[in-house]
Structure formats: structure tokens, C-alpha cells
Design a binder for this molecule. Structure first.
Ligand code: NCD
Length: 311
């Protein structure tokens, strides 16, 4: 199989990476980690400009993209929120992409509709990185998650990984499940039936021979997992507040629960947490979610450097 060409590539879905591509990104992220961790300075991306277009709320993803660019000596120009954009006036994503391509060397974009970043990329002449398109995908988060598991546990193969919460609307679990199909893993999906992982993704996993189990029982899943990936209920994707309230709080992790069921489990969460991980869990060695958020800078440094042909 032909290797993925990173130079000038759009990064739109975790489906575009095979295992060797993921390993390459992890290797580059490891190399750039001292810069991400503020131990070294770098001007690898000097003269390059990132357009950071965030039409949906974000803290970690936007700041880690911008920190990645700035710490590698590049520059950033940003649009934050629909209110501040021409899309609000009726401009298409295609037209915006044509224009932004004159001003920048690479684009990171988050938008509320599934498939929107792909539509944007059709008008772009510079590489476009999907920073979250509605409930669809969030590939840079999935790469950060795999980087974190590999770093914390030395391997991804052989792991049993449970994903918990809103698996229907959570874009991070969609991208992560697809990317994990490149490894030899077991997946346990823990959700209410109404918020189950989409069929299309389960079919994909089946085709790839990944062992998948679905349950509503969190305790049982904790006992049998090496990694527990918590997610929040995606409030903004529900048409009514009452349905959201019905599911909010359905799975809550406490220190006592983790210690009783499996004190060695690695705990991840893309964040923000909205009650599903009690703050007393933070004291556990296995509470990896803040380190995971930190890792986002190294991984995004790797992606920016690769698509700009600097690594
Ligand atoms: C996630 C997202 O935006 O999809 N956040 C993030 O990027 N770390 C998760 C979420 O909002 O639930």
C-alpha cells in the first residue's frame, strides 16, 4: 500500500490514516514534545501562518493548535464564533476557504455541521485540518488519545478500551473507534441504548475484525478495561433540554468506584467534563485526562509540521 503523503494533505477524518501513518505522527510528536513542554524553543515553522477558524465553542483544541503554531515560531490569525464571521452574512464555506487560502499557509477549522470541513477543503488551496465537524469526527483528538495511551501504557495493542457516555453524538469517540481499528484491541461501548455508537462505525469495526461489546453496565466495564474513555452527554446536539436532562448524570465516575473496580485503569476524557468524573478522581495515578489535554500540543505540532513539509 502506498504511504500517505503528508505534505499539503488535508486532515479531515481518522479514516485516512493507516497504522504506519499514526506511528509516524506519534514519532514526530515525540520529537517535538520538548518544545510543547516548554523545555526547548524552536523556529521550525517560522514564516508560516495558521488560520484558526472556530465557529463552535472550543478551549483546548483552539488553544493547543495556536500554542503549537506559536511555539514552533509560526504566526496565527483567528476567527472565533459565528457572530464574527462572513458566514453569518451568508458566505459559503467554499468561498471562505478560497479567501483564507490567500492569507494563510494552513487552516484549522471547527464547524457545527457534519461534513462541513470537507466542504471547506474543496475551496482551499492550503492544507485544512478538521478540528471537529458537528457530531461527525475530531481526528486530531483521536490522534492525541492514541498518543496518550501509547505514552502512558507503552503499547496500544492488546488493550481493552471502554468508551463511556454519549457515543451517538460524541465526535471524539467516532474518530477514536475508527483509528483504534488499526490496532489489535477490544472495545467495550458503554451507553444508554438511545446514545449507542452509530451502526456505520460498528460495521467498520466488524469488517476490521475488532472485538466489540455493548453494555449499559459501567462497573462491569471498569473491571474488564485497561483504558476507560469517559465522555460528556453532548447537550448542544439534543433538540430538547428534557431529553438531555434524562441522560445527564447517567454515568458518574468517583474515586471510590474506580478503586473498588479497577485501581490500575487508565482514565481518559477529551474534556470538558460536565459531572461525569468527580473531582476526587483527579488524585488517582490513573487519572490521565489532564496529561491527555497537554499532549494535544505535541500532536498538533506534529500535524502542522508534517502538512507544511517541515518534518
Ligand atoms: C471535545 C469536542 O469538542 O468534541 N472537546 C475537545 O475538543 N477536547 C469533546 C466534547 O466537547 O465533549
Amino acid at each position: 500500500m502506498k504511504r500517505m503523503e503528508f505534505l499539503n494533505a488535508h486532515i479531515l477524518s481518522s479514516q485516512q490514516f493507516d497504522r504506519k501513518d499514526v506511528e509516524k505522527i506519534i514519532k514526530v510528536a515525540r520529537e517535538l514534545e520538548p518544545v510543547a513542554q516548554k523545555k526547548l524553543t524552536s523556529d521550525l515553522l517560522r514564516g508560516k501562518l495558521l488560520a484558526s477558524l472556530f465557529y463552535e465553542p472550543s478551549t483546548r483544541t483552539r488553544l493547543s493548535f495556536e500554542a503549537a503554531m506559536l511555539r514552533l515560531g509560526g504566526k496565527v490569525a483567528s476567527v472565533v464564533g459565528m457572530e464574527n464571521s462572513s458566514i453569518k452574512k451568508g458566505e459559503t464555506l467554499y468561498d471562505t476557504a478560497r479567501i483564507v487560502s490567500f492569507y494563510s499557509d494552513v487552516v484549522a477549522i471547527r464547524y457545527s455541521e457534519s461534513g462541513s470541513t470537507e466542504a471547506f477543503s474543496e475551496g482551499a488551496t492550503v492544507p485544512v485540518i478538521n478540528a471537529g465537524d458537528g457530531a461527525n469526527e475530531h481526528p486530531t483528538q483521536a490522534l492525541t488519545d492514541i498518543f496518550t495511551i501509547a505514552k502512558e501504557r507503552k503499547t496500544v495493542d492488546g488493550m481493552t478500551i471502554a468508551m463511556v457516555g454519549d457515543l451517538k453524538y460524541g465526535r471524539t469517540v467516532h474518530s477514536l473507534a475508527r483509528l483504534l481499528s488499526r490496532y489489535s484491541v477490544k472495545l467495550i461501548f458503554v451507553s444508554p441504548p438511545q446514545l449507542a455508537m452509530p451502526q456505520e462505525i460498528k460495521h467498520h469495526l466488524q469488517e476490521k475484525g475488532v472485538f466489540v461489546e455493548e453494555t449499559e453496565n459501567l462497573e462491569d466495564a471498569i473491571r474488564r478495561s485497561d483504558v476507560l474513555y469517559m465522555t460528556r452527554i453532548q447537550r448542544e446536539r439534543f433538540s430538547d433540554e428534557a431529553t438531555y436532562k434524562r441522560f445527564h448524570g447517567v454515568y458518574v465516575l468517583t474515586k471510590g468506584l474506580v478503586e473498588r473496580c479497577n485501581p490500575h485503569v487508565l482514565l481518559l476524557h477529551p474534556l470538558p467534563r460536565c459531572g461525569e468524573i468527580h473531582p476526587d478522581v483527579d488524585a488517582l495515578d490513573g487519572a490521565g485526562y489532564f496529561r491527555q489535554a497537554g499532549n494535544g500540543v505535541s500532536v498538533r505540532m506534529a500535524l502542522l509540521s508534517l502538512v507544511l513539509g517541515k518534518m
